[in-house]
Ligand binder design. Structure first.
Ligand code: C5P
Length: 207
């Protein structure tokens, strides 16, 4: 079974995907991490993420970079969003993601274009979303726990900028696939959101 999970930043899609993968015994790929590695590598190369050539060169990041905690920072998220606009970058990362989706036994992938571009043939497509206020508050709590000093309003502004860029780009914009099930997690805790995802999957398999 291939499960495609898309949605904006801090919607809960990563946590839900990990829990789904454990529940169904499937491998999980956080595709945002690949774009984050590209964004980070551009800076390590002394390049500019808005430059298509610099961003494409950075696709050759070393695999160890995927384990670097700096990838989880808000700043790296913004770099990823800028680097991921370039069609050549998306194309260069396509096969890696597609191969992961097509491995025997299935997989869970989360990102922005899984249900629309990477795995349009997925058995189940979930689009996990939440209000900007709810997402900003979650990210703020996460940062506070990690001891990162950043204000709620800064986070909210960054999320809005990132949403606008991800939704407005020409190539593979952030978009719910037509056959995706939308789950709004604004008012849900992690366990409730996970239960809603499980129920949606169960229903989609019987219909
Ligand atoms: O999900 P995450 O916040 O880690 O993603 C970082 C950035 O990578 C997103 O803002 C988006 O621009 C980009 N991304 C993408 N396509 C994906 C996953 C992430 O363009 N499938």
């Amino acid at each position: 079974m291939i499960i495609a999970v898309d949605g904006p930043t801090a919607s809960g899609k990563g946590t839900i995907s990990k829990k789904l993968a454990t529940h169904f015994g499937l491998p999980h790929l956080d595709t945002g991490l690949l774009y984050r590695a590209v964004g980070r590598q551009v800076i390590l190369n002394g390049g500019d993420p808005d430059n298509a050539g610099d961003a494409l060169t950075a696709v050759a990041f070393p695999d160890e970079l995927l384990d670097d905690p700096v990838l989880r920072n808000e700043a790296t998220g913004s770099l990823a969003s800028r680097a991921s606009v370039h069609p050549a970058v998306r194309k260069a990362l396509f096969e890696r993601q597609r191969a992961f989706a097509k491995q025997g036994g299935g997989a869970v992938l989360d990102g922005r274009d899984i249900g629309t571009v990477i795995a349009p043939d997925a058995d189940v497509k979930l689009f996990i979303t939440a209000s900007v206020t709810a997402r900003a508050q979650r990210r703020f709590n996460e940062m506070e726990q990690r001891g990162v000093s950043i204000s709620l309003s800064e986070i909210e502004a960054d999320l809005e900028r990132r949403d606008a860029r991800d939704t407005g780009r020409k190539d593979a914009p952030l978009l719910a696939a037509e056959d995706a099930f939308v789950i709004d997690t604004s008012e849900l805790g992690i366990e409730e959101a996970f239960a809603a995802a499980l129920e949606t999957i169960a229903q989609s398999q019987t219909s």
